[in-house]
Design a protein around this ligand. Sequence first.
Ligand SMILES: NC(=O)C1=CN([C@@H]2O[C@H](COP(=O)(O)OP(=O)(O)OC[C@H]3O[C@@H](n4cnc5c(N)ncnc54)[C@H](OP(=O)(O)O)[C@@H]3O)[C@@H](O)[C@H]2O)C=CC1
Ligand SMILES: CCCCCCCCCCCCCCCC(=O)[C@@H](N)CO
Length: 351
Amino acid sequence: MSLPSSPIVIGLTTVAALFVATSLTMGFFSKNQMPVAGRNIIVTGASQGMGKAVAILLASLGANVAIVARDPKKLAAAQAEIQAVMDANASKYPDQKLAVISADLSKAENAQRAVAEAEEQIGDTEILWCCAGGANPGFFRDYQPADLEWAMNTNYWSAVYIAHNVIQRMTSRPPPTQKYPTDGNHQRRIIFTSSLAAFCPLVGYSSYSGPKAALRALTDTLRQECLLYDIDVHCCCPGSILSPGLETENLTKPDVLKKIEEEEDKPQAPEDVAKYCLEEIQRGQTLPVTSLIARAARSTLVGPTPRVGFVFETLLTWVCTIVFIFVRRKHDGFVLQEKKAKGLPWENKQV
Ligand SMILES: NC(=O)C1=CN([C@@H]2O[C@H](COP(=O)(O)OP(=O)(O)OC[C@H]3O[C@@H](n4cnc5c(N)ncnc54)[C@H](OP(=O)(O)O)[C@@H]3O)[C@@H](O)[C@H]2O)C=CC1
Ligand SMILES: CCCCCCCCCCCCCCCC(=O)[C@@H](N)CO
C-alpha cells in the first residue's frame, strides 16, 4: 500500500484530522450532559431577571420547577408567566409541576424550609440552580458595615445554605435510575451564579466581587467533593444582564464604573443569558459564560477548573493573559481620570 502523495490529499487529511481533534476536545460531538425534561429543578431568584428566564426556559423544556424568592407579589406574576408556558406545553409534557415558595434564603432555616416545601410539591430535587443575588455598587470607603453584610448575605449565603441542604438530601438517597430510560442520564447538579465581575477587578464592586469570587472558589472545591456523590457543580459567570436588579443598582453605581461597563460590556437579555448558560452546562462547562469578552476573561483565571476544549482554551489563556495587562491598565486609566477630576478625598469636601 502506498501512502497518499498528492499535496491536496495530504492537506485535506490534515484539515479533517484537525477538525475531528478540535471537535472532540471542544465537545462538539459530546452529548447533552444536562437533559432537563422531567427533572425536578429548584430555581432561586426566579421572580425576575435571569432567574425567571431560567425557570421559563426549563419549564419550556419539560422540567418540573420550584421557584424561590422573597416578595410574594413578584413571585405570583412570575408564576403566571411560567404556568402559561407549561399550559402551552401540556400535550407534550402532561404532568409538569410548578411550585412557588417565598423565602429569604440568606437564613439557613428558611433555605431548609424552602427545599422541604419544594420537594413536597414537585418531588426530590435533581437540579438546584441558584440565581438569587444582587449588587449594591459604591466606593468601599462609603459603605456601612451593613452594606457589606447585605452583599455577602444576598450573594453568598443565599446560595450556600440552600446548596448545603440540597446536597445533604441528595446524598441521603440514590438518583432515580428508573426515571429516564431514554437518555439514561441521572446525574444530579448544583448550579451557582457568579459574575464576570469575579474575573475582572472593577472599581465600585468591592462589596460584590468578594462573595461572587467566593462562589466560584466554592464551586471548584465542591465539584471535587461531589465526585464522591455523582453530583456535578457549575458556576455561571454572565456579564451585565438587562434585569430589574441592574436598573436598581445603576441608581447608585459610581460614574467611573458605569463608564468602564459601557466601554467593555454589552448588557444581554435575561432570556439570552439563560439560554447560553444552559447550553454551556449541557456541553459540560464548569464555569459557563455568555459572551466572548467573558470567555476571554475566564481563560485568564480558569486555573485548575476543568476546561472544555483543553487545547483551544489553553491557547486562549496564553493570548488573553497578555491582553488583560493592557485592558486592566485601561481600566486603571478611567480611575486615574476620576482622581484628577475629583482630587484626593482629604484635599476636598469628600470626607
Ligand atoms: N444584572 C446583572 O448585570 C448581573 C447579574 N448577575 C447575577 O445574576 C443573578 C441574577 O441577576 P438579575 O437577573 O440582575 O437579578 P435581579 O436582581 O433582577 O433579581 C434577583 C432575584 O433574586 C431574588 N432574591 C434576592 N435576594 C434574595 C434572598 N435573600 N432570598 C431569596 N431570593 C432573593 C429576588 O427576589 P426578591 O427580592 O423578591 O427576594 C429576585 O427574584 C444574580 O445572582 C446577580 O448577582 C451576574 C452578572 C451580571
Ligand atoms: C482578556 C480581556 C478580558 C477583558 C475583560 C473586561 C471585562 C470588563 C467588563 C466587566 C463588566 C462586568 C459585568 C458584571 C456586572 C455585574 O455582575 C453586576 N451588574 C451585577 O448585578
